[in-house]
Design a binder for this molecule. Structure first.
Ligand code: ADP
Ligand code: MG
Length: 385
């Protein structure tokens, strides 16, 4: 029979906005000693913003390739060409710059196309292709890229053969539906197609995602310069994703998430309870460490670059070492780990799949409710003893 104290505990929990699958969950929660936290959407807001658009012309002569786009989109094409294209080194300098992290204020005093002008033609080209393909994805990275393109006033062409690889990225064929669109279109792969009277491409094959996925879409390895710029973006705390166009690396875009206001306090509380908080993420190590440092998770307790299907392996191996694991997550990716953990805790702000896999669901998105549910389990058992 279920002790009365435990039933009372589940009742108290629901008053706090904490849904507990059954009274026995409170007993399990009491023995937990390790709390594995998903990063995106659990410790962080999970709402990313576009921070950088970095075309990597990689030594090609971009003058002709971008001619049509420049004529169509730049207010003074002559000045642009004079300043940027005749000197390849100046062109590279100009085009690998960053886009301001904050959107331009939409206060009515600034016409919409100003936002567009903040991008160089090469950046606009790259962002258009990346956003067109990401339009088919629900991932926070994809949303940030699509929103960034919209803020810059970019029109997104249609995409065929869209494919998405969980924890890897997306690909598809970007189709320009008429000749005019094709001629003003980005030609980031540097092919001899735009301008010069040659036929414009009807479509371009585009992939966006992590390095291992993109390497399957390009004919040669990334240049050391490209790798260095990508790493610099990651070290600044951004999540960068590569963009390949027609078999060539075209550049990368970077997005940034923000840590939830409540996360650091919640993690301090977990530590005060004698628990070991850990961070697990598919994101890169630099971003993961930056987030861990911000919220007070020890550097050695960060597991980064984890494939979605491998989060469950992280839980399994901790259990193999004798840990009693509480797993906190919000995503579809987290569901198997939530189910395997000794106690799975889903954020109410997350996906249905995560909630269904978890023993506990906290309403909303505040990690302090995770702390409350663990405190409650300790108090409840204290009462019935
Ligand atoms: P997390 O565990 O932090 O929620 P995911 O497992 O969802 O991260 O994704 C891991 C990595 O896969 C991302 O950091 C990114 O490099 C890549 N990725 C996943 N989805 C996409 C996408 N739609 N576009 C580009 N890259 C993606
Ligand atoms: Mg998540």
């Amino acid at each position: 029979a279920t002790p009365v104290g435990l039933l009372a505990g589940t009742g108290r929990a629901s008053q706090l906005g904490i849904l507990i699958r059954g009274p026995e969950v409170l007993e399990d929660s009491r023995t937990v000693d390790t709390i594995v936290l998903d990063k995106t959407g659990t410790v962080t807001e999970g709402r990313m913003r576009l921070t950088q658009v970095v075309p990597l012309p990689d030594g090609r002569d971009d003058g002709d390739a971008h001619g049509a786009f420049v004529r169509e989109n730049v207010e003074s094409p002559d000045a642009f060409v004079r300043d940027n294209v005749e000197s390849p080194s100046a062109f590279v300098r100009e085009n690998v710059g960053s886009v301001p992290a904050a959107p331009l204020p939409d206060d009515g005093t600034r016409p919409r196309h100003d936002a567009h002008r903040a991008l160089t033609p090469a950046q606009a080209a790259l962002l258009t292709l990346a956003a067109a393909v990401e339009h088919g994805s629900e991932h926070p990275i994809a949303k940030a890229i699509v929103e960034g393109a919209a803020e810059h006033g970019l029109q997104l062409p249609a995409v065929e053969d869209f494919a998405s690889s969980a924890g890897g990225g997306v690909s598809g064929r970007v189709v320009f539906d008429d000749q005019a669109q094709a001629e003003s279109a980005p030609d980031v792969a540097g092919q001899q197609t735009a301008g010069q009277g040659t036929a414009a491409p009807a479509s371009q094959q585009v992939a966006v995602g992590r390095g291992d996925l993109i390497l399957q879409h390009v004919t040669r390895p990334f240049s050391p310069e490209a790798e260095a710029r990508f790493s610099a973006a990651e070290e600044s705390g951004s999540t960068a994703v590569w963009v390949a166009v027609d078999g060539e690396l075209a550049g990368f875009v970077a997005v940034q998430d923000t840590v939830k206001e409540s996360s650091a306090a919640a993690i301090a509380d977990l530590k005060a309870m004698g628990l070991r908080p850990m961070l697990v993420t598919g994101d890169n190590a630099a971003v993961a460490q930056a987030v861990a440092a911000e919220v007070g998770i020890d550097p050695e307790d960060v597991v980064a670059g984890v494939r979605p299907e491998a989060k469950v392996e992280v839980v399994r191996s901790l259990q193999g070492e004798g840990a009693v694991v509480g797993m906190v997550g919000d995503g579809v990716n987290d569901a198997p780990a939530l189910a395997l953990a000794d106690v799975g805790i889903a954020m109410g702000s997350g996906t249905d799949v995560a909630r269904e896999a978890a023993a506990i669901t906290v309403m909303g998105s505040d990690l302090r409710q995770v702390v409350q549910s663990l405190e409650l389990s300790r108090k409840t058992l204290g009462v019935i003893r």
